[in-house]
Design a protein around this ligand. Sequence first.
Ligand SMILES: Nc1nc2c(ncn2[C@@H]2O[C@H](COP(=O)(O)OP(=O)(O)OP(=O)(O)O)[C@@H](O)[C@H]2O)c(=O)[nH]1
Length: 281
Amino acid sequence: MTIQWFPGHMAKAKREVTEKLKLIDIVFELVDARIPISSRNPLIDEIVANKPRIMLLNKADMADPDVTKQWIDFFAAQQIEALAIDSQSGAGVKQIVEVAKEKLRPKFEKMLAKGIKRPRAMRALIVGIPNVGKSTLINRLAGKHIAKTGDTPGVTKAQQWIKVGKELELLDTPGILWPKFEDEEVGLKLATTGAIKDTILNLQDVAVYALRFLAIYYPDRLKERYVLSHIPEDIVQLFDEIGKKRGCLAAGGVVDYDKVAELVLRDIRTEKLGRLSFDRP
Ligand SMILES: Nc1nc2c(ncn2[C@@H]2O[C@H](COP(=O)(O)OP(=O)(O)OP(=O)(O)O)[C@@H](O)[C@H]2O)c(=O)[nH]1
């Protein structure tokens, strides 16, 4: 999906999420475990305001597990409960309902105390930037029994609920929010992980960023993948070495830097360099 994030579009997205928040008990904030800060909406605290929230570090299968652990501790220190999940395989997804129940226990106990004998299911909304895995998570939570319940009157657009067992209902349309893309490094990280289309930023710029990052944080994997005895400090030299080793050549035998950029980014996104995390606590 291509979304143009004009100011008007952002305002509309915010308005839509704010409307949906009125209907739910808890927010599942979905971020990319490889870039849990860069894949966050900059206004998320303001938008979600006082609703209970669980942060879901999705695509944890692709992130560096040690760094993911550090992030979970980092968010815990900010009183934000974060869970590492893989919506594609379903790993960690079961915990979500349990943690949500725990978070909402006081609210539902209050309802019981007020004499509401059969409290309704918890209602949740998934929010996140494009491509972070919202639909995959909805399908995973719903399982085979994707059952939509009736409309909720009184809102502009009819909302549908998806049942997740007996205890949870999800709004079927997630809240789509924009990333903090006015920050150049955030943009480069989003592009490196494939969260934004390759046509948005210059491919070579993205690969330069990614290779410099790998040279600092994952030098051994870089050396191993491209059979380098050492990593040249000069980025052009690094492009040249990788290009020659991997046959990314143009006419006349010169290295084709676009091809190198494509190769490196494809290798990163398909885990040929292992599990990588680009944001660091
Ligand atoms: N490896 C891995 N891939 C995932 C995971 N979750 C989603 N994906 C992949 O990420 C891509 C985007 O997933 P979607 O569920 O379409 O993302 P979305 O947030 O609904 O995207 P929009 O509709 O653009 O807002 C798809 O190719 C998914 O297969 C995960 O936990 N691990």
